[in-house]
Design a protein around this ligand. Structure first.
Ligand code: FRU
Length: 390
C-alpha cells in the first residue's frame, strides 16, 4: 500500500455514484447528484485493492493537458461489452482532454496480456480493464501498477490487490436473488422435486463463480429445489445452444433454467422450444437486462425470459473516477458496488422506461445514442451505489 503525501491528493471517503443500467446514456451524468452513499463493508467476495492510492505514483499524478487512457476489453463480441465500450467512449467525449484507446482481446487471455503490454509501451496514463479471466491477467495488471499507472478494474476481478480500484455489481448478491426467485417459484408451484439446470459463464472469470455460489445460497431456501445439471457455455449464446440442447436431451423434466447471462438464456429458450418442451411450465432466469431491442428487459416484456437482473457496466463510473484520479488528485475508494435490480413481468416496462425515457429501445447504448437521442434519453436508475472507503 502506498499513500501519496501530496496535498492535492484527497482520500475519497464516500462518493455518490449513480447506478447506471448497462445501456444508460451519459449526458448530464456529472451534474447529477444524489444523497451520498454510506460507507459499507465491501461486497462479499470482493478483493480490495491494496489500499488507498495503490498504483498512484508517490508524488501524485503529473498534471498534463491531455491524458491517454487504455481500455482493455475482454471480448467486444458480446452486446453487454459493446455497451460498456460505448458508455466509456461517450463519457470520455465529455472530456476533450481525455483520449481513450480500446483493445479487444476476443476472449483470449494471452491477447489481453499483450493488449495491456502494448498500452504500457504507448505510455498510457491510466488503465481500465475488464479482464477475461482473473488469474491470467493478474500479473500484467500488477506490472502496470508497479509502473505507477493507476488501474481501474471493471466488472470481473483479478487476483490479489495490485490495482487502484474495482467497480462492479455484487455478483454473489445477484446470484442469491436469482436463487431465491427460483426457490419461490418451486414453492409456489408446489413441486416435491423441482429440477433446476444451470448454464455457467467462463469458469476462470469471477462473476461465473460468484453467480453460481450466490444462486446456491438463495436456492437453499427451498429443499425441494435441486440443481440436477450444471454446464459451462463461457458466457456465449452460440456455445449455449448445443450445451442446452444436450442438457434438455439428458434431462427432459426441467422446471427452472438459470443461466449466468441473458444471451445464454435466449439460447436455452431456443433449445427448449426445439426440444418440444412446454415453456409455460418452465422458469427461465438470466442476468444483464440490457435495455435494447435484443436485450433482457425486452425479452421479459415479450414473455420469454421470466426474470433477469440489471448488471450495470460501470463504464460511466470508470471515466468519472479516471478524471478524479488523473485531474483532481483524488484517491478513490478501493471498491465501488453498483446497484442491481430484479426485472420481472411486473416491472419490466417500468424499468425499460427508466432507461429509455419512454422512447422505443434502440440498439445504440452509448456514444451513438448520445448523438442521435441526446439528453437523458437513456435515463438512469434512481438507486445510489454503495462505496467502500479506500
Ligand atoms: C459479457 C458478460 C455479461 C456478463 C459479464 C460478466 O462478457 O458475459 O453478459 O454479465 O460478462 O462478466
Amino acid at each position: 500500500m502506498r499513500r501519496t503525501t501530496r496535498a492535492r491528493l484527497t482520500a475519497l471517503a464516500v462518493t455518490p455514484v449513480l447506478a447506471l443500467g448497462a445501456g444508460s446514456a451519459v449526458h448530464g451524468q456529472h451534474s447529477q447528484t444524489s444523497e451520498p452513499a454510506e460507507t459499507t463493508e465491501p461486497a462479499e467476495g470482493t478483493e480490495l485493492a491494496g489500499g488507498a492510492g495503490t498504483c498512484i505514483p508517490e508524488g501524485g499524478i503529473e498534471a498534463k493537458d491531455n491524458y491517454l487512457i487504455g481500455m482493455s476489453q475482454a471480448n467486444k463480441g458480446e452486446p453487454w461489452r459493446q455497451a460498456m465500450n460505448d458508455q466509456i467512449a461517450a463519457a470520455a467525449e465529455e472530456h476533450p482532454e481525455l483520449e481513450v484507446v480500446f483493445a479487444d482481446a476476443a476472449q483470449d487471455n494471452a491477447q489481453q496480456v499483450a493488449d495491456v503490454e502494448n498500452f504500457l509501451a504507448q505510455g498510457i496514463d491510466l488503465l481500465i480493464i475488464s479482464p477475461n479471466e482473473a488469474a491470467p491477467l493478474t500479473d500484467v495488471v500488477a506490472d502496470a501498477c508497479a509502473q505507477g499507472v493507476p488501474v481501474i478494474v471493471l466488472d470481473r476481478k483479478v487476483d490479489g490487490d495490485q490495482f487502484t480500484m474495482f467497480i462492479g455489481a455484487d455478483n454473489v448478491e445477484i446470484g442469491r436473488q436469482a436463487g431465491v426467485h427460483a426457490a419461490e417459484y418451486c414453492a409456489t408451484g408446489g413441486f416435491d422435486q423441482c429440477n433446476v439446470i444451470e448454464i455457467r459463464g467462463l469458469e476462470g472469470s469471477t462473476p461465473a463463480q460468484e453467480r453460481g455460489d450466490g444462486f446456491r445460497e438463495g436456492l437453499a431456501e427451498n429443499p425441494a429445489a435441486t440443481i440436477i445439471a450444471s454446464q459451462n457455455a463461457d458466457w456465449l449464446r452460440e456455445k449455449a445452444i448445443p450445451v442446452s440442447q444436450a442438457m434438455f436431451q439428458a434431462n427432459p423434466d426441467v422446471n427452472v433454467v438459470y443461466t449466468h447471462n441473458d444471451p445464454m438464456t435466449e439460447a436455452a429458450i431456443i433449445s427448449a422450444e426445439s426440444a418440444g418442451l412446454n415453456l409455460d411450465d418452465m422458469l427461465f432466469i438470466g442476468i444483464d437486462a440490457l435495455p435494447t431491442p435484443d436485450g433482457g428487459i425486452q425479452s421479459v416484456i415479450d414473455g420469454r425470459i421470466d426474470a433477469t437482473y440489471v448488471y450495470p457496466t460501470g463504464g460511466v463510473q470508470a471515466i468519472d473516477f479516471a478524471v478524479q484520479i488523473l485531474e483532481d488528485g483524488v484517491v478513490p475508494p478501493d471498491s465501488v458496488t453498483l446497484e442491481t435490480q430484479e426485472v420481472t413481468a411486473d416491472n419490466a416496462q417500468e424499468v425499460m422506461d427508466s432507461f429509455t425515457g419512454g422512447s422505443p429501445a434502440t440498439e445504440s447504448t452509448g456514444a451513438e445514442a448520445t448523438e442521435t437521442t441526446g439528453g437523458d434519453a437513456m435515463g438512469t436508475t434512481p438507486d445510489v451505489s454503495e462505496t467502500t472507503e479506500g
